[in-house]
Ligand binder design. Structure first.
Ligand code: GRF
Length: 217
């Protein structure tokens, strides 16, 4: 089967993009990145794509009269490149219902919390402030509400009592780099179905054990 064509939307560092680039170079990985779009020029993520020989385009939201025109340009670039699945990877613009609707079930996002907890921004600070014992990350299909939509994959990490936001962010990010390629693989292999806004995964296991934090002494 031909590899699934991905379009990756970024705004910055692009470490999740890099995880997808690396996955796509593995023999047998069922997807390829056809296009990387950044809404910000000069970001590190664009260099990563160029180095990997992937076509890039900067579509600067500030160059458009409004969100619909900006999204029209995004949509045209994605369809021209033959993109079949759009991956948001640190893309810092909210998308309208129109764009989200056009890519229904073909648009995914990675978020650095265990959704539906801690939507929005400044997540790691808020997790620590709240005193949560676990955090993590989520890959989900995108729906019009922010950080909402059927969950594809999650990874959990412990929150340590001496964590600051940067340390926790690094621990979560390492897991983001594992679950984003995993989610793309599951989609590309046709192993997901969405029923009543829940994702059903074929031939996958869940861990048998519960995790405790703190651990009994
Ligand atoms: C990640 O933490 C991702 O979960 C969030 O934005 C950050 C992007 O990081 N949506 P990077 O640009 O992929 O390094």
């Amino acid at each position: 089967m031909a590899p699934l064509k991905l379009g990756v939307l970024i705004s910055g560092r692009g470490s999740n993009l890099q995880a997808l680039i690396d996955a796509c170079t593995e023999p047998g990985f069922p997807a390829r990145i056809a296009l990387v779009i950044s809404n910000v020029a000069g970001v590190v993520g664009l260099d990563r794509a160029v180095r990997a020989g992937i076509p890039t385009v900067v579509i600067d939201h500030k160059a458009f009269a409004g969100r619909p025109a900006f999204e029209e340009a995004l949509h045209a670039a994605l369809t021209d490149a033959g993109v079949e699945l759009v991956c948001l990877a640190g893309f810092m613009r909210l998308l309208t219902d129109t764009f989200v609707g056009r890519w229904h079930d073909r648009l995914i996002n990675i978020h650095p919390s265990l959704l539906p907890a801690f939507r929005g921004l400044h997540i790691h600070e808020r997790v620590i402030e709240y005193g949560a014992r676990f955090s993590g990350c989520t890959v989900h299909f995108v729906r019009p509400a922010m950080d909402d939509g059927p969950i594809i994959a999650q990874a959990a990490v412990p929150v340590h009592s001496d964590d600051d936001a940067d340390r926790l962010a690094a621990r979560v990010l390492a897991e983001e780099h594992r679950i984003y390629p995993l989610a793309v693989r599951l989609i590309a292999e046709g192993r997901l179905q969405i029923e009543d806004e829940r994702v059903i995964v074929q031939n996958a296991r869940a861990p048998a054990e519960a995790l405790l934090n703190p651990q009994p002494a």
